[in-house]
Write a protein that binds this ligand. Structure first.
Ligand SMILES: Cc1ncc(COP(=O)(O)O)c(C=O)c1O
Length: 463
């Protein structure tokens, strides 16, 4: 064994203690350290020839890289849609690395069964019906990609061809209809060979990001019976708006389409009694995307892909090789290797399993309800500040606003907020207006944090 490895093996308990102590210090200071950093790259160093051992690596990381890292897991990181890591999920994540399972096949370990249990818990948490089979993927982009890959196979079935065998050319042009799709849908269509231009953006309701269902019906009518894919949106990134999922699902009585719902964070509305109606009908979808590194507050990376058509999923992702084991006859026990783009993969189900075991439905519902209330509070504060204008009502957990009469200041404001170290918000353009958005999905955020952000915005309002 290389002497450095030998040394590290001998002092592994100390090394883990030192790492733990560093993690504890970092987490204790999470609320105080600058929330975001303007990246400054340290001087590059060449590949170490002999290496420094793990203690040296820890020291070099702490000196060269850690100071430039954001407090992304902290309470005032409101950019993108970002969760933190609950204590239990962090413990689960550490064990994921320590155990280093590869839950790709069930030949050697119970890890795929733990993943099945975690999927069932997530499904139950969100109120999805048992007909939805799920599997862990790395994020909502991968979940959208996987769902749309199954949709593509379904289109093949409708046309009497197997796309997984014959390729996408067998399909011709495929209409994909959506009101306010996330950018990852275009990316998925590009990767799937359907092409970004397959996407037909359907008009939304006035002043909303929710699709106008009557326009969607007209677009489907115009297809004259050609099967299509509809991507419905449950929680848009700009304003947290929701399509009418039940009304869209009902259109399937008149038109043939696969209904995919991007509910990356919106699915968690089911945990708030006052908001559950927003996801009414979600279970009717053919495939559903749910992110877990957002509102479930597990560390990156983690999401689930749900579908009612596991048979089609297996057709797309089957990875048959003698050494990987067979598909088996039980659709509920297909090995993960046959269900996603990945082959070897991390047991990313374990942090999710830990947090659900530790806090249950009630604990996670409390996080969701608190974040929704905090978004509403920031919305009220912003609306009361003369320097800003809300661009949309706060429907769930996203506050979208702009500097009143001075939208051109958005870039400057985002930079000033980042520079302040107090908070992190991301820019966007909503209805043609440059804007800022604050998304609440972290388990640590409290009213005190909202008041700090509101004060900061007030301070920065003056040009
Ligand atoms: C609605 C929606 N879909 C998809 C994504 C992509 O998520 P990920 O970064 O996990 O791939 C996001 C990310 O914010 C999202 O909000």
């Amino acid at each position: 064994m290389h002497p450095r490895l030998d040394d590290d093996l001998a002092r592994l308990p100390d090394l883990l203690d030192e790492t733990r102590a560093r993690a504890v210090r970092l987490l204790a200071g999470l609320g105080d350290r600058p929330v975001a950093r303007t990246p400054v790259r340290p001087e590059p160093v060449p590949l170490p020839e002999t290496g420094t051992g793990a203690a040296g690596a820890l020291e070099a990381f702490a000196r060269r890289w850690e100071p430039g890292f954001s407090a992304g897991a902290g309470p005032r990181y409101l950019g993108f849609v970002t969760g933190g890591a609950t204590p239990a999920s962090l413990a689960g994540d550490w064990l994921t690395a320590a155990l280093d399972q590869n839950p790709t096949s069930g030949m050697d370990s119970g890890a795929p069964d733990l993943e099945r249990e975690a999927v069932a818990w997530v499904r139950e948490l969100l109120g999805l019906p048992a007909e939805h089979a799920g599997i862990f993927v790395s994020g909502a982009t991968m979940s959208n990609f996987t769902g749309l890959a199954i949709a593509r196979e379904w289109l093949g079935e409708r046309h009497g061809v197997s796309v997984s065998e014959r390729g996408t050319a067998a399909l011709g042009d495929v209409p994909v209809l959506s009101g306010s799709p996330h950018s990852s849908v275009g990316k998925a269509l590009s990767m799937l060979g359907l092409g970004r231009s397959a996407l037909q953006v359907i008009g939304t309701l006035p002043g909303r990001e929710a699709v106008d269902v009557s326009r969607l019906a007209r677009a489907l009518e115009a297809l004259e019976g050609r099967p299509a894919i509809v991507v419905a949106n449950a929680g848009t990134v700009n304003t947290g708006d929701f399509d009418d999922l039940r009304a869209i699902a009902a259109l399937r009585e008149r038109y043939p389409f696969w209904l995919h719902v991007d509910a990356a964070f919106g699915a968690f509305a089911a945990l708030s009694p006052g908001h559950a109606r927003l996801v009414d009908g979600l279970g009717e979808a053919d495939s559903v995307c749910v992110d877990l590194h957002k509102w479930l507050n597990v560390p990156y990376d983690s999401a689930v892909q749900f579908t009612r058509r596991r048979d089609l999923q297996v057709r797309v992702f089957a990875n048959s090789a003698a050494y990987l084991g067979t598909l088996g006859d039980d659709p509920d026990r297909v090995d993960p290797v046959h269900l996603t783009p990945e082959n070897s993969r991390r047991l990313r189900a374990l942090p999710a399993w830990f947090t659900l075991a530790a806090y249950g439905r009630e604990g996670h519902a409390e996080i969701v309800r608190r974040d929704i209330a905090l978004a509403a509070l920031l919305g009220e504060r912003v609306a009361a500040l003369p320097g800003y204008r809300l661009l949309a009502p706060v429907r769930l957990n996203v506050v979208c606003f702009t500097p009143a009469d001075r939208p051109e200041r958005v870039g400057e404001l985002v930079a000033a907020i980042t520079e302040s170290g107090e908070a992190f918000l991301t820019p966007t353009v909503y209805a043609g207006v440059p804007a800022l958005r604050a998304a609440f999905s972290n388990w640590r955020t409290t009213e005190t944090d909202v008041e700090r952000v509101a004060k900061l915005l007030e301070r920065l309002a003056a040009p």
